[in-house]
Design a protein around this ligand. Structure first.
Ligand SMILES: CC(C)(COP(=O)(O)OP(=O)(O)OC[C@H]1O[C@@H](n2cnc3c(N)ncnc32)[C@H](O)[C@@H]1OP(=O)(O)O)[C@@H](O)C(=O)NCCC(=O)NCCS
Length: 157
């Protein structure tokens, strides 16, 4: 049986420059998605040590805006693994750099597939789930896994 591996949280920081905001001074959703994709990909690479591609994303709710000049903190962790795929939970926080006020603005899940040298899906390690929170995130991701299976064979049009 393949050895289990833990998945660490991967944290990256960025800031909101004026070229990434709308006329209201809040960060574009597309920029958040880009940062989430990179942060989540690093979580996968560190977990399976294989190149991994984004296969799909789950609905993402932008619950609170992040303002120009604020700190963006992203943290991702592999929450569930299949045979060759990984479901990553990604959390995005906005932080006022002067007051220190920090809030959770967005949570999303992104689905990655590891590729071997032949560029075909390759097996990933099993995920060790230890804490209560990890078990909760694993359960949420299990539901996502079921929804991926249900929609996979639907035609794109
Ligand atoms: C993702 C990709 C490699 C899957 O290839 P595939 O031939 O469909 O793979 P398979 O049918 O062998 O499935 C392999 C795994 O991928 C998963 N998978 C396939 N399509 C998926 C999707 N849309 N969402 C989530 N998982 C998916 C399967 O569930 C399976 O998981 P498992 O091994 O854990 O059970 C392929 O669709 C691809 O290359 N897509 C483009 C990726 C890309 O370019 N991303 C960048 C953004 S454009």
């Amino acid at each position: 049986m393949a050895a289990e591996r833990i998945s660490e949280w991967i944290t990256t920081f960025d800031t909101v420059f004026p070229n990434h905001v709308n006329p209201l001074g809040t960060l574009f959703g597309g920029r958040v998605l880009e940062l989430m994709d990179v942060n989540a990909a690093i979580a996968c690479w560190r977990f399976c040590r294989l190149p991994s591609v984004t296969a799909s994303t789950e609905p993402i709710d932008f619950r609170a805006p992040i303002y120009v000049g604020e700190i963006i903190e992203l943290r991702s962790r592999v929450a569930y693994v299949g045979r060759t795929s990984m479901i990553v939970r990604c959390e995005v926080f906005g932080e006022n750099p002067t007051s220190g006020e920090r809030r959770l603005c967005t949570v999303g899940h992104m689905n990655f597939v590891a590729l071997g040298r032949d560029k075909k899906p390759a097996p990933v390690p099993k995920l060790r789930v230890e804490t209560e929170l990890e078990r909760h995130h694993h359960k949420v991701a299990q539901t996502i896994r079921e929804s991926i299976a249900a929609r996979r064979n639907q035609p794109l049009i």
